[in-house]
Design a protein around this ligand. Structure first.
Ligand code: KIV
Length: 275
């Protein structure tokens, strides 16, 4: 059964943590879905993690729609959230046109970076029936790719707490809080009815967000807020080096990998070739 916002609200109510991982392609989406991950985020981190871009600002709507389609095809029960890329949600009407394309492509929800200043966009999209997840704290599209913690000063902390409430009141169905001290995340989460998910924001919220490349060890760096569950890079490196060595020493393909023609059929082919 497809997960929905009611399911996530129930999880918040019953204090059952919500899991969110980024996904950028079909096979990964299938695996995460099979593992029971609640939400697959087609993040604009696809730019740096998959497309080789220098930062999130290079990611276009076309990029997002392309990867969204692949993830949607792989997600059976997980909820699919998609990032609105840089400059695609500056104004309510443009944001709505872009978000509609994403919903038509199969997204269950769009995610918009920005604090209180995004309230009109969130309100307009919500009013049009488009579920929106707000994303506050560190916003790569706005603050650049060098991540820093927000909410360490009283002014910034109050700004975050206020922004979260304003965005909920504007119709956001969920909020992601990135790189914020746990104490502030706890205040935000305790203050809202909607689920608050954190990335680098501590344990005191309704769920956790991580980037798939960090979790499986494609990313070489292990950041403070992540946990590397396997070393994909060295496993792939070993597999492809073994393949190269096997073909060089002639042990691949082996007999079991080879298809044959019967002697009689081969004779027919040779005859037809005039040999
Ligand atoms: O694009 C992304 O991966 C994100 C998460 C870090 C929340 O926005």
């Amino acid at each position: 059964m497809k997960k929905d916002i009611q399911y996530f609200n129930d999880k918040k109510r019953t204090k059952t943590p919500i899991s969110l991982l980024t996904a950028y392609d079909f096979p990964t989406a299938q695996l995460l879905d099979e593992a029971g991950i609640d939400i697959l985020l087609v993040g604009d981190s696809v730019g740096t993690n998959v497309l080789g871009y220098k930062d999130e600002r290079e990611v276009s709507m076309a990029d997002m729609l392309h990867h969204l389609g692949a993830v949607v095809r792989g997600a059976k029960s997980a909820w699919v959230m998609v990032d609105m890329p840089y400059n695609s949600a500056n104004d309510p009407f443009i944001a709505c046109e872009n978000a509609r394309m994403m919903i038509e492509r199969g997204a269950d929800c769009v995610k918009i970076e920005g604090w209180e200043e995004k309230k009109n966009v969130v309100a307009y999209l919500s009013g049009q029936g488009i579920p929106v997840c707000a994303h506050i704290g560190y916003n790569p599209q706005i603050h650049g790719s060098k991540g820093k913690t927000f909410g360490k000063t009283t002014e910034q902390a109050l700004n975050l707490i206020n922004s979260a409430k304003v965005l909920e009141d504007s119709g956001a169905v969920m909020i992601i809080v990135e790189k914020v001290p746990q104490e502030i995340t706890a205040l935000i989460s305790g203050n809202l009815r909607i689920p608050v998910l954190g990335i680098g924001a501590g344990r005191e919220c309704d769920g956790q967000v991580l980037v798939i490349n960090d979790v499986i060890g494609i990313t070489p760096t292990v950041y403070k807020h992540t946990r590397k569950y396997m070393d994909f890079r060295s496993m792939v490196l070993k597999a492809v080096t073994d393949f190269k060595n096997d073909i060089e020493k002639g042990s691949f393909p082996s007999e079991e990998n080879v298809g044959h023609l019967s002697a009689k059929d081969l004779e027919g082919v040779l005859k037809a070739m005039g040999r």
